[in-house]
Design a binder for this molecule. Structure first.
Ligand code: FAD
Length: 317
């Protein structure tokens, strides 16, 4: 079932979460171990992230460096199909522009469709390390809006090179990303929202936000989107802070601010256990306020740790 249909049919705030494919060498059981604890609260859908290759340089001696492309977490689409088959829960593979030509993208979409998945979250992806800015693949898409247009075309039966042939249209529900505190590269929030509107006009049926820790930023962002004419559901994405590493890592990596009350509480924590308690309590309070505001769905970023999300969901649903 499509995410948009879950949202339309809901009579309460839904819950969903995002997982990462396991590191290369681990098996599917590591995925099940992350999902099983969250099942009793009936997630409506599960997202699986996509991880682009990294470029590393191996020292081959004699001053020679070998450029190697390394993918640490492959398998997004297969994992989605496996989760759906095992648990009968809808899944959302993330698909990015980075590293994909338009042909690669079409192949991935055909695979998603063939495996009976109804959804895709369409993203640009980030620049790879050592690249000053995002560089699309030759014949790839520079922005998520272009990927959304390709998915939209396939939904109309327009494949890349089959103009003459009758090809069955896909019927994929398209989601896209948005940023209450603006995307780091955007000139300002208004410009970012103008581009966001283009993604919706191109076919994104719902949006999922970057993590945020201050609900007032989400509410203000939704308001600004509505004024700009963006009417699709905007699902808040939440991440509980659970380790001391997160305190520096999350704001730096995702360019999000921690509100004073949260920051002050976190700097006093001496152990990961203390951080987790503060982080979980904060996320529960955020979630309660968002449910009271009747948001369509709460989407949790597990980042490989479902125990904190389980504790949060257990206090809410
Ligand atoms: P875009 O919509 O292309 O926007 C990128 C920047 O370009 C923005 O500054 C925007 O304002 C600007 N822009 C947009 N359209 C245009 C245009 N037509 N012309 C000029 N400028 C434009 N990354 C992964 O690699 N894998 C994942 O699985 C993944 N999952 C994510 C899930 C969510 C919910 C979110 C919020 C992010 C996720 N990301 C993921 C990160 C995402 O790929 C990065 O934030 C990336 O830098 C931007 O992706 P986007 O789809 O928002 O890009």
């Amino acid at each position: 079932m499509k995410v948009i249909d879950h949202l339309r049919q809901a009579d309460r705030t839904l819950f969903s979460f995002e997982i990462l494919p396991p590191l290369k060498g681990k098996d599917i059981r590591s995925i099940y171990e992350g999902i099983d604890p969250l099942l009793e609260h009936r997630p409506s859908f599960i997202n699986v992230t996509y991880h682009r290759e990294e470029v590393i340089y191996k020292d081959r001696g004699h001053g020679l460096l070998q450029k190697v492309r390394l993918r640490k977490r492959p398998g997004t689409i297969g994992i989605c199909a496996t989760i759906k088959a095992k648990y009968n829960i809808d899944t959302v593979p993330h698909l990015i522009c980075g590293g994909f030509s338009r042909e690669d993208t079409e192949d991935a979409l055909i695979e998603i469709n063939f495996l009976g998945l109804d959804n895709v979250l369409a993203l640009r992806g980030d620049a790879i390390k050592n690249e000053p800015h995002f560089i699309p693949e030759r014949d790839g898409h520079p922005h998520a809006v272009d990927l959304i247009r390709q998915i939209g075309a396939l939904n109309k039966g327009k494949y890349l090179h089959d103009e003459e042939q009758e090809a069955a249209p896909t019927d994929l529900c398209i989601g896209a990303a948005c940023y209450p505190e603006k995307h780091p590269e955007a000139l300002n929030l208004n410009v970012d929202i103008a581009y966001l509107k283009q993604k919706v006009e191109a076919g994104a049926e719902y949006l999922v936000t970057q993590m945020f820790f201050d609900n007032s930023k989400y509410f203000a962002f939704v308001e600004q989107c509505r004024v700009a004419g963006i009417t699709v559901p905007i699902i808040p994405g939440l991440k509980p802070i659970t380790t001391r590493n997160h305190i520096a890592f999350l704001p730096k990596t995702f360019r999000v601010d921690l509100p004073d009350d949260l920051a002050n509480a976190l700097v006093q924590c001496r152990t990961d256990a203390e951080v987790k308690q503060v982080g979980v309590e904060w996320c529960v309070a955020q979630s309660r306020e968002l449910i009271a505001a009747k948001v369509p769905c709460l989407h949790y970023y597990t980042m490989g740790r479902s125990d904190a999300v389980r504790s949060i969901i257990g206090q809410l649903f």
